[in-house]
Design a protein around this ligand. Structure first.
Ligand SMILES: O=C(O)[C@H](O)COP(=O)(O)O
Length: 248
């Protein structure tokens, strides 16, 4: 048996402003920093002590992990980072207002781009101010893997090799693993863990800053489908808020 904790970053400044973010490296809002600290306290109170952290290359996830670890007095933990845990690349929607996009294109198109499994938004042009092409942090990424847009299926495809090659070996070694990542990279991981089908995953939303605990069997399947939020009441409300983004 092993323990896996999933933590979506705290609220970012663009979450607060209602903008599509994707690979744009925006910071946490003050509220997001507090959510991250609270996430650390929830871990502490639940007696969950991670041995290792995996995170993305984006500062909202990196800082969330750091703030949570600080709160739990675990600043010394090893941290591994990978672009494979990045948020879903939101293509041409990056930097766009969610409510305006919904009003302009209608509910159906908005939800298809936001939650369908296999329809990506239009690609983002390389010369767009919100493009990551040429960003030094992705210099080691084979050029053909650099996304210009992604649907959730693409995220599953690029995230799973990291799950099998880097996270599973930690779990197999008996380590408690904290994954600090993003709404859609964690939806991709939960889809895999819980065996959620391509249609049903549209209804799954992950709140910011609330640790989701999975006890795993020896074959890395969850002992309890869906895991357990360490603050279930807060999670319920926050999930509704994520679901309703873009409604004014
Ligand atoms: O990239 C973003 O805009 C958010 O982090 C996730 O957004 P979503 O819940 O609209 O997919």
């Amino acid at each position: 048996m092993s323990t896996l904790v999933l933590l979506r970053h705290g609220e970012s400044v663009w979450n607060a402003e209602g903008l599509f973010t994707g690979w744009v490296d925006v910071n946490l809002s003050e509220k997001g920093e507090e959510e991250a600290r609270k996430g650390g306290r929830l871990l502490l109170d639940a007696g969950v002590r991670p041995d290792v952290v995996h995170t993305s290359l984006l500062k909202r996830a990196i800082r969330t992990a750091n703030l949570a670890l600080d709160e739990a007095d675990l600043n010394w933990l090893p941290i591994r980072r990978s672009w494979r845990l990045n948020e879903r690349h939101y293509g041409a929607l990056q930097g766009k207002d969610k409510a305006q996009t919904r009003a302009e294109f209608g509910d159906e198109q908005f939800m298809t781009w936001r939650r369908s499994y296999d329809t990506p938004p239009p690609p983002l042009a390389d010369d767009n101010e919100f493009s990551q092409v040429g960003d030094r942090r992705y210099a080691d990424l084979p050029p053909e893997l650099m996304p210009r847009t992604e649907c959730l299926a693409d995220v599953v495809d690029r995230m799973l090799p990291y799950w099998y090659d880097s996270i599973v070996p930690d779990l197999a070694a008996g380590r408690t693993v904290l994954v600090a990542a993003h709404g859609n990279s964690l939806r991709a991981l939960v889809k895999h863990l819980d065996g959620i089908d391509d249609d049903t995953i549209a209804g799954l939303n992950i709140p910011t800053g609330i640790p989701l605990l999975y006890e795993l069997n020896d074959d890395f399947t969850p002992r309890k489908t869906g895991g357990e939020y360490l603050d279930p009441e807060a999670a319920k409300q926050a999930i509704e808020a994520v679901k309703n983004q873009g409604k004014k």
